[in-house]
Ligand binder design. Sequence first.
Ligand code: NDP
Ligand code: 8X3
Length: 250
Amino acid sequence: MKTAFITGATSGIGKSTAIELAKHQINLILCGRRKERLLALKEELEKQVQVHILAFDIRDREETLKQIDSLPDNFKNIDILINNAGNAHGLDPIQEGNIDDWDAMIDINVKGLLYVSKAIIPGMVSRQSGHIINIGSIAAKSVYPNGGVYCASKSAVDAINTGMRIDLNKHGIRVGAIHPGLVATEFSEVRFKGDQQKAIPVYEGYTPLSAEDIADIIAFVVTRPYHVNIADLVVYPTAQATASIINKTS
Ligand code: NDP
Ligand code: 8X3
């Protein structure tokens, strides 16, 4: 049985991915800061597969390395890494941007992803096998108004994804990114700091992607035969044409 390490498993895409991969008999290491949610998910999925949880903040470099190093022997060989944890913080023109928001996006979406990867990739290299999926965004592919720093953080994920694939290619490790458009999760609640008046309308007037839609695609990607690497995948809801063009007339 394979083992997958999923960051950001307490909510949205990460949580749905855990549920979906359990159906495929993949053992799980589930991460996030909200331990009570991790415990609840572990209890639910342990009926199907082995589950280990790690509660830590991926901004904390020492803690990230320590937590991953602490994995019990039966969870040490990670076959699949899903670098999913991340969020947008704020939606402001650059001249009004909040520096704490900028720090959060760069520290979580970029540096946190690198810390986790640094802890896991050497094991994959020594085993000469592994599969890494980086969750980017359409924000990696085009910049939209007031989202410059979030888009920059996801462009960095896109570049890191390509860099990983180049460097890990000779070690037999598959690397690919999935770039979703609008997915109805807690994403907008986080972006607007709990302000539901701003978060709810983001997903109104059209059918957004669901976390399950992305989880389904991730399950497809990780179950392809070894010689198939889905390297770069952009997924929009049908109502969305670009980051800024959304058909809300239906
Ligand atoms: P959610 O807000 O629902 O989930 C975000 C997850 O990231 C949570 O599990 C959260 O866990 C975790 N996380 C956030 N900050 C940290 C941190 N400092 N340390 C550890 N874990 C953290 O959003 P989504 O499911 O939508 O987002 C998942 C990924 O998908 C993100 O990378 C996002 O950028 C990307 N994405 C989302 C889209 C969307 O429209 N929703 C579209 C394109 C990409 P906890 O708070 O418990 O730590
Ligand atoms: C999330 C997509 O366009 O809401 O990465 O920022 S968007």
